[in-house]
Write a protein that binds this ligand. Structure first.
Ligand SMILES: [Zn+2]
Length: 539
């Protein structure tokens, strides 16, 4: 048998968590066909990887590249980190289905992406989105979750309150259709409008449909700060009542007063597992979060009816006063606002030219530059920028991040929010996966290399139900990342985020070399992954 590629002489870290071993890896027709001594074998291409680690390609469990991958297929910030699969459709927002307000929102998003000017989505269903990606090609494999907010917007627009009976039926039908078309589950973003207007019962009802198809429930919980425990209990309840696995997104305890709570939450998760609820979480290796807008720091009601309605409201001094009161009383606002930690909020990118000078500055600095109080500064910026403000929130502590990363139930997700036409992105867009190895394996020794790789490969593959990816194993797809375990490091910082990591030497996607000697060659060998649903398989 002649092979396509032999990776010769590397240290195989196979993704299971087991200790590394020395072996050659043979690839043919997109799959790993031989692991062992391949002396007698011939291949089109033999790559000498002595001294390098041969690992499964990394799976980014939490990505927001949904629309970026369509606008800029050759975007390479993920593949240069060794990522070969991205899970999109997170935090309640998905690229499909799109109609009504959901379509308008997607258009608004695309418009602010580099290369997005004038582009309009030419799909409505998930099946059509899949096909659009396949027509133009993708650099990595893509797995899609259905976004609860997106589905709600398709049916109910941006309004608050519970759905009527027929609205509920319509949402359930969209969920069923999305699952039939290969979605891996449903995600919620319960701090964002309109997802935040849903009661637990609405989510349970939709999650029941997902459960029928063997999908998972992925959640950006209703609260990651003062009410973290309640929010986690809600997620567990949804898993229990709907009968499906639960996955907590970007797990953290936000706000100084809440630091340390992750020790309790992970215990709650362990207890839930003992009681039969299959629950896991993901985490990114940074102490700052990031959103695509600034409004999530304000009370939920401000966004009822959508962005335009919010902007209208924020022009009204009485509304501003009402929010001030809520901040004083600490009800339904971000912990940062309650504590007045204005230097913990950094504005990364804005829409208008006139506010460009504020990019990279803290809210405290901007308020001083503008000569207004910080809350008014937030209101004014949201109005002027129509809320198109990439914001960083320095709300976590390093000890908590360590604790979550070390815990066996966590896996790695970047939560990378795409870049706008100008301004800054969060360094996690360029650094997440190499950073985990550099910092938490090589420097602090929080994790063994094998455990770190497991959290980036077989753990997310298992969570998604991908049975033939995420390990270096004969018969599995040849998604492979080859890196130098001594030199691997992230280079991206908050000040200078657009910097590729060092030490990722080769990346193969479905058996095709995409990164060679550290450079992306433009290959589009990714596949759209469709969940083989238990329901459709049986019928
Ligand atoms: Zn989120």
């Amino acid at each position: 048998m002649k092979l396509d590629i032999i990776l010769s002489g590397g240290l195989v870290v196979d993704g299971t968590g087991n200790p590394w071993f020395k072996a050659d890896v043979g690839v043919k027709d997109g799959r790993i066909v031989k692991v062992g001594k391949l002396k007698g074998f011939k291949a089109e291409k033999v790559i000498d990887v002595r001294g390098l680690v041969v690992a499964p390609g990394f799976i980014d469990m939490h990505s927001h590249s949904d629309l970026t991958l369509w606008v800029n297929p050759k975007i390479d910030n993920k593949i240069r980190q060794g990522v070969t699969t991205e899970v999109v459709g997170n935090c309640g927002t998905s690229p499909a289905p799109l109609k009504g307000e959901a379509l308008k929102e997607a258009e608004r998003f695309i418009e602010s992406l580099p290369g997005g000017t004038g582009k309009k989505p030419n799909w409505s269903t998930l099946a059509e989105y899949h096909r659009r990606l396949e027509e133009q090609g993708v650099p990595v494999n893509v797995a899609v979750l259905l976004g609860h907010s997106t589905i709600r917007m398709c049916v109910m627009g941006c309004k608050g309150g519970p759905p009527t009976g027929s609205e509920m039926d319509e949402m359930k039908a969209l969920v069923a259709q999305g699952m039939e078309e290969g979605a891996f589950g449903i995600s919620t973003g319960l701090v964002y409008a309109p997802g935040c207007y849903a009661e637990t019962s609405e989510i349970i009802e939709l999650a029941r449909v997902v459960a029928e198809y063997g999908g998972i429930y992925v959640t950006h919980m209703r609260n990651e700060g003062n009410h973290l425990y309640d929010a986690l209990r809600e997620a567990i309840k949804i898993g229990k009542c709907a009968g499906l696995p639960v996955h907590i997104s970007h797990h953290k305890a936000a706000g100084r007063l809440n630091w340390g709570k992750v020790k309790v939450t992970l215990k709650i998760m362990e207890d839930a597992r003992r009681n039969g609820v299959d629950i896991t979480c993901d985490v990114y290796p940074y102490t700052a979060g990031c959103t695509w807008s600034l409004s999530p720091v304000l009370p939920n009601w401000i966004l009822e009816g959508g962005v335009e309605a919010m902007i209208e409201r924020l022009r009204n001094p009485e509304v501003r006063e009402r929010i001030r009161r809520q901040v004083r009383e600490g009800v339904g606002v971000s912990p940062l606002l309650e504590l007045g930690e204005w230097d913990s909020i950094v504005i990364g990118a804005v829409k208008t030219e006139k506010n460009r000078r504020f990019e990279g500055k803290t809210l405290a600095e901007i308020a001083e530059m503008r000569g207004v109080d910080p809350l008014d500064c937030i209101f004014d910026l949201i109005v002027e920028e129509e809320d198109e403000i990439t914001s960083f929130f320095f709300t976590m502590n390093e000890e908590d991040v360590h604790y979550v990363i070390k815990h066996p139930l966590s896996m790695i997700g970047s939560d990378a929010v795409p870049q706008r036409k100008s301004g800054l992105v969060h360094p996690r867009c360029y650094g997440t996966f190499p950073r985990v190895i550099r910092r938490y394996v090589n420097e602090t020794r929080t994790l063994t290399l094998e455990e770190a790789i497991r959290k980036m490969t077989s753990a997310p593959a298992q969570r998604l139900g991908l049975r033939d990816r995420g390990q270096i194993r004969e018969g599995f797809w040849a998604d492979i990342t080859v890196f130098n375990p001594r030199t691997i490091r992230d280079e991206a910082t908050y000040e200078d985020p657009y910097r590729y990591p060092v030490g990722i030497e080769y990346v193969l996607v479905n058996g095709t070399v995409a990164v060679e000697e550290g450079r992306y060659n433009g290959s589009l060998a990714g596949k759209v992954l469709r969940k083989e649903t238990e329901k459709t398989a049986a019928s």
